[in-house]
Design a protein around this ligand. Structure first.
Ligand SMILES: [Zn+2]
Length: 164
């Protein structure tokens, strides 16, 4: 009798090992929108058809120039600088995720420890939404794999399904 419950237990263990190794299924309860009140999504995430191809590696959130930009979750500022003329700030979260925000002025400096909702800077004009100010919000998991950041603020609905 080698393929009974022991086989099932081994399978379950393997599945859990695979899950914990993916770097993705950490709880998302501790994340929230980076703008307040909850912003409109101007432009959704579009995964590139190939890793090297163009896409839209984040979401654009409607805002007002000068509006506070908030840490989507607890973490440490891992980048704060200017890229191609735009202020960019990134937060490394303890679960391995990294969130990025641009264009942001008056940014907190590298190494600042943030809790969810902390002001990390202010939304600058000149984002890529034309005349409408918007925050480009990005999410990276693991080795620079871009994901849809809306998963951080929308997937929680699944948790409300009744059990049984
Ligand atoms: Zn964008």
């Amino acid at each position: 009798m080698t393929t009974g419950w022991q086989g099932v237990a081994a399978l379950v263990s393997a599945v859990f090992a695979a899950l914990s190794g993916s770097g993705n299924p950490a709880p998302i309860d501790d994340y929230g929108w980076p703008l307040y009140p909850q912003p409109a999504v101007v432009h959704p995430f579009e995964a590139p058809p190939q890793p090297w191809a163009a896409g839209h590696r984040g979401v654009d959130l409607k805002g007002d120039a000068g509006q506070p930009v908030l840490a989507a979750g607890a973490g440490t500022v891992s980048f704060s600088g200017v890229i191609a003329g735009r202020g960019v700030i990134a937060i490394q979260h303890p679960d391995g995720r990294r969130t990025t925000y641009e264009p942001v002025d008056d940014r907190d400096p590298l190494g600042t420890v943030e809790v969810r909702g902390d002001r990390i800077g202010s939304l600058a004009a000149g984002g890529h939404c034309g005349s409408t100010p918007c925050l480009h919000w990005g999410l990276l998991v693991g080795k620079d794999a871009y994901r849809d950041p809306l998963m951080l603020v929308q997937d929680r609905r699944v948790r409300l399904l009744p059990l049984g």
